[in-house]
Write a protein that binds this ligand. Structure first.
Ligand code: A2H
Length: 255
């Protein structure tokens, strides 16, 4: 981290229905009418997008809504919108066009369409450890293969009232999408259980789990679902990235 550029796949999660609060604050913004609005998540694991169960934002981060062209609006941090404006994602090169801004807290409960996910529609939920200084400030959630995503989803399920989440928004189970020799087909939940990780506040253990699951999935994993079912993860990764890009559901994002 911090050494040289990082290439992410930007994932476009289209807004299907705003949360009540978001409708109240954004519903009156004229420039958003009849536009395709996308929450933009940055991922290093495009091949896991089949297993998306929700999307995470930080309640305290302020996000912007940026006009990208005549039809599309991206929701992400100002910092990432600025980077995108130099990478072909803005009306004019290097110029950003902010239409509105919104706190993450307001977005909780927004219904989105997550590309390639086996679930038709998923919801926006809160995550404490989203960094405003990395990616887009939006994290798409794959609890089968990301310990952070799994534990945070568990936290939100267990303490839905505290997190101000309707239980139905967090009712999506992890999907087995990658088989691994050492940790089975739900590697992140299995490693979190083995390590007895209980909450998203267990940062040290989560970092260890992340390392273990990432290595096992990447080097030894085989796809169980999707367009590249049966292929090793190492082969499926660039193929899924290309699929997302060629279908307009994703794009390359560097920082
Ligand atoms: B990854 P790196 Cl299945 N704050 O995508 C915190 N985490 C962020 C973030 C932010 N602002 N932006 C992106 N991320 C997450 C999938 C995934 C990811 C899986 C397994 C591991 C994994 C589904 N979530 O990442 O610091 C995103 O989650 C483990 C490293 O730039 C992104 O990829 O290396 C990854 O962290 C980028 O982290």
């Amino acid at each position: 981290e911090g050494v040289g550029p990082q290439e992410y796949t930007g994932i476009k999660l289209q807004v299907i229905e705003w949360s009540k609060e978001a409708q109240n604050t954004l519903g009156s913004v004229k420039e958003l009418e009849n536009k395709n609005i996308y929450l933009i998540a940055a991922t290093l694991r495009p091949e896991t997008m089949y297993g998306q169960t929700n999307c995470f934002v930080a309640t305290g981060i302020t996000y912007g809504l940026y006009k990208i062209n005549e039809t599309d609006v991206f929701l992400c941090t100002y910092r990432s919108a600025r980077n995108m404006a130099f990478q072909g994602y803005s009306c004019e090169h290097g110029v950003i066009n902010q239409l509105a801004e919104v706190k993450g807290a307001v977005l909780i409960g927004t219904k989105v369409k997550a590309p390639l996910s086996i679930y038709e529609q998923v919801y926006v939920l809160p995550m404490e450890n989203v960094l405003a200084t990395k990616g887009t400030g939006v994290v798409t959630s794959v609890p089968s293969d990301s310990p952070d995503d799994y534990i945070t989803l568990q936290d939100v399920k267990k303490k839905s009232a505290y997190y101000k989440v309707d239980p139905s928004w967090a009712a999506f189970d992890p999907i087995p999408i990658i088989d691994t020799p050492s940790y089975g087909n739900l590697a992140a939940p299995n490693v979190c259980q083995q390590k007895k990780i209980n909450s998203q506040k267990d940062r040290v253990q989560l970092a260890e789990a992340k390392e273990i699951v990432y290595k096992e999935g990447f080097y030894n994993g085989v796809m169980l679902v999707g367009d590249f079912k049966g292929k090793p993860v190492q082969e499926a990764k660039p193929l899924t990235k290309d699929l997302l890009i060629s279908t307009g559901q994703g794009f390359l994002y560097n920082e």
